[in-house]
Design a protein around this ligand. Structure first.
Ligand SMILES: CC(C)(COP(=O)(O)OP(=O)(O)OC[C@H]1O[C@@H](n2cnc3c(N)ncnc32)[C@H](O)[C@@H]1OP(=O)(O)O)[C@@H](O)C(=O)NCCC(=O)NCCS
Length: 295
């Protein structure tokens, strides 16, 4: 068994391929999860992994403060290859990850988003549950923190609200009824008077995203993106049904859209009267008046 610690820039092509292959094998194929495994966070991460005679067997990455959590550095993508579980690899990679993180960032609290079934695993390394269960990429998770003291509810501590209901995000017009979008937009200050025909036409020429929650057959949230896919995208008509506000769905929808590789590297723009705080969380900066942009 051999331990390795490297920054992205120092990984050889073979090492990177081995790591990404194992991550895709576990998080996409084994867990049947259709979420972007390559999320553009690897470039600034520290990668910790274990190899043996059969190649890469266990892995995690360390993210700086401000990437996954606003105040703490984070550990993520923790895994052991399916064939080597329950043999101690997970323990070794976690202990090394915590050691490297502490050496790099000091003795600070550490954040992670744990799949609920692995709560006990992380508990062995001092992580404590600090949130209710929430759904991330279709999988139940808890937020966990190590070293932040006994008290403190993560949700209030960082002002974040995880999605508190089970939800499903859909893309494209085939899964979104125009009438549902019209119903949602009718309540807004910017599109309350927009005729249904205009809404339908705007949807046809945009990337549309909708959000549904368990137990509610109708669409509860919507957003669309207008883009040339080359230079700029415009995030528009972001709306969550009034009855579902406060459940974290707005943030969930916006972060889902912004994580899409389709818009990576493009300049983002949007217009808002009162939601600057939400978009600032995702790197948008206030420009003149209602305009915000993100490089
Ligand atoms: C979670 C995971 C990384 C554990 O790796 P592993 O190599 O099997 O773990 P280890 O054999 O080193 O176990 C270390 C300790 O944790 C315990 N443990 C392992 N999985 C556990 C779980 N799901 N719940 C509670 N305890 C667990 C072990 O019993 C062992 O305890 P001990 O040291 O007191 O004997 C592994 O199950 C995995 O890769 N799962 C798929 C990927 C995934 O879902 N990762 C989590 C993403 S949040």
């Amino acid at each position: 068994m051999e331990l390795h610690v490297k920054k992205f820039q120092d990984l050889t092509p073979e090492e990177m391929y081995g790591i990404l292959k194992l991550r895709v094998d576990v998080f996409v194929v084994e867990q049947h999860c259709l979420a972007p495994e390559l999320d553009d966070r690897d470039q600034d991460a520290i990668h910790v992994w274990i190899t043996d005679e059969d190649g890469v067997q266990a892995y995690l990455r360390i993210l700086a403060k401000g990437v996954e959590h606003s105040e703490y550095p984070a550990i993520g993508r923790v895994l052991t290859s399916e064939t080597k579980r329950s043999a101690g690899y997970g323990r070794v990679v976690m202990e090394e990850g915590i050691r490297v993180l502490t050496e790099t960032y000091g003795d600070v609290p550490i954040y992670l988003e744990a799949q609920t079934y692995a709560e006990g695993f992380y508990g062995k390394f001092g992580f404590k549950k600090v949130s209710e269960e929430f759904i991330l990429d279709g999988i139940p998770h808890y937020k966990m923190v190590r070293g932040a003291g006994e008290s403190g509810n993560e949700d209030t501590a960082v002002g974040e609200v995880p999605a508190k209901v089970n939800f499903r995000i859909v893309e494209g017009m085939s899964q979104i009824q125009v009438e549902d979008v019209a119903r949602l937009l009718k309540t807004t200050y910017w599109a309350g008077q927009r005729p249904v025909e205009k809404i339908e036409k705007s949807m046809r020429h945009s990337d549309c995203y909708g959000i549904y929650v368990d137990g509610e057959p109708n669409l509860v949230g919507f957003a669309r993106v207008i883009t040339d896919y080359a230079t700029t995208y415009y995030l528009a008509d972001v709306i969550i049904d009034e009855s579902q506000r406060g459940n974290g769905l707005g943030k969930t929808l916006v972060s889902y859209i912004l994580a899409s590789p389709k818009y990576a590297g493009l300049r983002g723009i949007l217009v808002t009267k009162d939601a600057h705080g939400l978009y600032e969380k995702y790197g948008f900066e206030r420009q003149d008046g209602r305009f915000m942009s993100k490089i």
